[in-house]
Design a protein around this ligand. Structure first.
Ligand code: PLP
Length: 407
């Protein structure tokens, strides 16, 4: 019996059956402790955008850590690499001139945004605007506000009321948002939180026109629009840095993590559009919030090296190419009797939805037996979110392994 308590796990089952121990990675492959090789279908937890085993990132981190690991990002303190990274992110932001608040991961980013939207309205003399709206099936991390905003009921069970003034609307109907605004009044609503693609909830692509319409509704009713791009950011959507750029969403706040460092070190960032940042930059106002490791110098060095690779190797184009490749190779699986549907065709993400969601764990094991490391998200949705360096041959091999595992 090990001492480790895994996240999101039935620990009794892990103790009975043993852990799947991943020992190393290279490109789109990982190896277990016994040196068996697997295609990494999920890119870790959606984050290895540049692939595993990048020496360049490890070297950049080593150089930074031996110069200065970290100091502080509070008050007037920071480090050169943290300033450079913020500048670089501001330049690729969906809203020009955005300010960057660094965090240690996606849940930090979401809870930072949840606090910041309320503080923003306070600052503008509208303290009654406290209500936060999320969507059914949404996943916004596991801190308190993010858990309350999430739309996967089992993730909220057992904690009592986590946050007052959190509401959920249907994930795919702009009309549901409009109806809630009408029912409670826009004067009560601080922000709407929106994953451009529902990720952990099961990989659901936005219906045509949905994102544009909810963005329009928020603008019309003076509700802040928060794009949660923890999964979709840094190229996952294909062809652009962010889904918000591709869909012209101009989010008031954007939460990110994962692909910012491709998971080489934990780091997240909240992008605040000038409208939201301005009251806090005018002088005499504090946002009393921050994390010890926000803007960590070593993590910032990892992010800089990661962005270098994404640019130099044109990996946003590779991700766009994967959009059609994944669709081409995986959509035929929708004919399989065990499969309800295949969701694909937007970004380097797809899902094979099992007809019987309870078969998820067994399918993950069957995939491993076929040399693929996978995961069942949502209700039996086999997640596909590989690194952007995966080749067409590897995509074809992965789809063939899925087919054999289904058989
Ligand atoms: N937001 C979204 C959309 C996510 O998918 C996740 C994690 O999967 C998070 C927030 C939380 O990120 P983290 O696990 O880094 O705290």
């Amino acid at each position: 019996m090990g001492a480790l308590w895994h996240g999101f796990a039935d620990m009794g089952a892990v103790e009975r059956e043993g852990a799947f121990v991943v020992a190393r990675g290279d490109g789109a492959y990982i190896w277990d402790r016994d040196d068996n090789r697997y295609l990494d279908a999920t890119g870790g937890l959606w984050f290895t955008n540049v692939g595993h085993g990048r020496r360049e990132i490890a070297d950049a981190v080593a150089a930074q850590l031996s110069t200065l690991a970290h100091y502080s990002n509070f008050g007037d303190l920071t480090a050169p690499v943290t300033q450079e990274l913020a500048q670089r992110l501001s330049e690729i932001a969906p809203v020009p001139g955005s300010k960057i608040l660094f965090t240690s991961g996606g849940s930090d980013s979401v809870d930072t945004a949840a606090k910041l939207v309320r503080r923003y309205w306070q600052e503008l003399g509208r303290p009654e605007k406290t209500l936060l709206i999320g969507r059914r099936l949404a996943y916004h991390g596991m801190h308190v506000a993010g858990t309350a905003l999430g739309g996967i009921p089992v993730n909220r069970e057992g904690y009592g009321e986590l946050m007052p003034d959190a509401r959920t609307v249907e994930w795919n109907e702009a009309e549901a948002l409009r109806a809630l605004i009408e029912a409670v009044g826009a004067n009560r609503i601080a922000a709407f939180f929106c994953e451009p693609i529902i990720g952990a909830g099961g990989v659901y692509l936005p219906p045509e026109g949905y994102l544009t319409e909810v963005r329009r509704l928020c603008r019309e009713h003076d509700i802040l629009f928060v794009a949660d791009e923890v999964v979709t950011g840094f190229g996952r959507i294909g062809g652009s840095w962010f889904a918000s750029t591709r869909f012209g969403l101009e989010p008031d706040l954007m939460t990110t993590a994962k692909g910012l460092t491709s998971g080489y070190l934990p780091m997240g960032a909240v992008f605040a559009a000038p409208r939201v940042a301005e009251p806090f930059f005018a002088g005499g106002v504090w946002f009393r919030h921050g994390y010890t490791y926000g803007g960590h110098a070593g993590a910032a060095a990892a992010a800089m090296a990661n962005l270098d690779i994404l640019e130099r190797e044109h990996l946003l184009d590779a991700s766009k190419n994967l959009e059609s490749l994944l669709h081409e190779h995986f959509s035929p699986l929708s004919a399989h009797p065990r499969v309800a549907e295949v969701r694909s065709g937007l970004g380097a993400v797809a899902a094979v939805q099992l007809a019987d969601p309870t078969e998820g764990p067994a399918m993950v094991k069957a995939l491993r037996a076929q040399g693929v490391s996978g995961r069942a998200a949502g209700q039996g949705a086999l997640q596909i979110s590989p690194s952007f360096v995966i080749t067409e041959q590897q995509v074809a091999d992965m789809a063939a392994s899925f087919e054999r595992a289904l058989g």
